[in-house]
Design a protein around this ligand. Structure first.
Ligand SMILES: Cc1cc2nc3c(=O)[nH]c(=O)nc-3n(C[C@H](O)[C@H](O)[C@H](O)COP(=O)(O)OP(=O)(O)OC[C@H]3O[C@@H](n4cnc5c(N)ncnc54)[C@H](O)[C@@H]3O)c2cc1C
Length: 355
């Protein structure tokens, strides 16, 4: 079996840009994608819009089509990623799920695929994304079986009946857009966690991300004071989904969901309420079951330090706070991939010197 210089696992924006960097470095690489490029975005809530405008959704080297000040739908970004792979003629194999990754005694990585075949590579960049398995809090098990329970990976709100009393737990981008869809036809509670900053999408005539970028707030190191403040406040630009507009649509914004019992949830500020449907929009965690290198994983997911894992030659991109706030955004792709390419190239050149 021939051995590749590098296998990239996952064809989201981080994986695709990594592939492009490997191509530019003239390395022998292959990107493996479980589904089709862009499916992750296509499968998100129907009609969902990104909270970053088009000017901040482009990868290096290919402009994002459309009004740069407008907000793209998830289908637009999916189409853009497909066009990115085609434009640069990247080596991508779709429908190719990695089900095992191990290191052989000769130093190669063995990548096992769902079709029963294996590939060998000198190095690996894992770009499988941090938003893989919806995280549902343990209190969900206190709810009665007749309560409809859904999570943030919901593709359409049509599965929720008119007139239902719905609790959306989690006030991030997903939670707020779900609430907006249900307002008017359902009785909706939005449970927030810790108070968070809700900056507008535009400030003094400019996109908020323009300011955050210019002021180097998004790229501030993850261990800096700025990062500490951002982690505490966890701001999310929510534009038209802000508290004032949601309240005007009849949404009841309440505190944290503290406990459940039968058909009821107790919210921090307002006590117990009867609920027909609960949507847990409470974040995601890593899927790591396929990694046969236990020292690279802990209970929170992959172990890494600025994209380096404890296993030499195995790198990670596309993680929240990998280096800075932008690390989980399209805006953070270039910097984080570049950061990982430096030790990756050094690792490969060392390995090539060994006969
Ligand atoms: C609801 C939501 C809204 C967001 N909105 C924005 C926004 O407005 N602006 C912004 O900049 N960012 C946004 N983000 C954040 C960020 O852009 C995404 O999380 C982004 O998808 C991360 O890119 P990625 O390449 O790391 O991972 P992903 O896009 O998740 O790509 C990972 C890829 O790996 C593949 N894969 C997974 N496991 C395997 C396997 N075992 N074998 C092979 N392939 C595998 C998947 O199929 C997928 O294609 C949002 C995230 C979420 C969840």
């Amino acid at each position: 079996m021939s051995r590749l210089d590098c296998i990239v696992i996952g064809g989201g924006q981080f994986g695709l840009h990594t592939a492009r960097m490997l191509q530019q470095a003239d390395l022998n690489y292959l990107l493996l994608e479980r589904d089709s490029i862009g499916d992750v975005w296509r499968n998100r809530l129907e009609g969902m819009k990104l909270f970053t405008s088009r000017q901040f959704c482009a990868l290096p080297g290919l402009a994002f089509p459309g009004d740069p000040e407008g907000f793209p739908t998830t289908v637009e970004i999916a189409d853009y990623l497909v066009s990115y792979a085609g434009h640069f003629d990247l080596q991508v194999r779709e429908g190719c799920e990695v089900v095992g990754l191990d290191r052989l005694s000769n130093g190669s990585f063995q990548v096992d695929l769902a079709d029963g075949t294996s590939l060998l590579a000198t190095s690996i960049v894992n770009a499988t994304g941090a938003n893989q398995i919806p995280q549902v809090p343990a209190i969900s098990s206190q709810l009665a079986g007749e309560v409809q329970q859904l999570d943030g990976s919901l593709a359409s709100t049509d599965v929720i009946s008119d007139g239902h009393t719905v609790a959306v737990i989690g006030d991030g981008a997903t939670g707020r857009q779900i609430v907006d869809r249900l307002a008017g036809r359902c009785n909706v509670f939005l449970a927030t966690g810790s108070p968070r900053g809700l900056p507008p999408n535009r400030l003094f005539g400019r996109d908020i991300f323009w300011w955050l970028d210019r002021l180097r707030i998004l790229s501030a190191d993850k261990n800096s004071l700025i990062a500490k403040i951002l982690k505490k406040r966890n701001p999310v630009p929510c534009g038209e989904y802000n508290n004032r507009r949601l309240k005007a649509k009849g949404v009841k914004i309440v505190g944290r969901a503290l406990e459940c019992s039968g058909r009821q949830i107790r919210f921090d500020s307002v006590g117990w309420h009867d609920i027909d449907t609960v949507i847990w929009a409470t974040g995601y965690c890593d899927r790591t079951s396929w990694l046969k290198l236990p020292h690279c994983v802990d209970e929170r997911g992959f172990i890494e330090n600025y994209g380096r894992t404890p296993e030499p030659g195995l790198f990670l991109v596309g993680r929240k706070w990998l280096s800075c706030r932008a690390s989980e955004l399209v805006m953070g792709v270039e910097k984080d991939v570049e950061r990982v390419m430096v030790p990756l190239r050094a690792f490969l050149s060392e390995r090539k010197e060994i006969p």
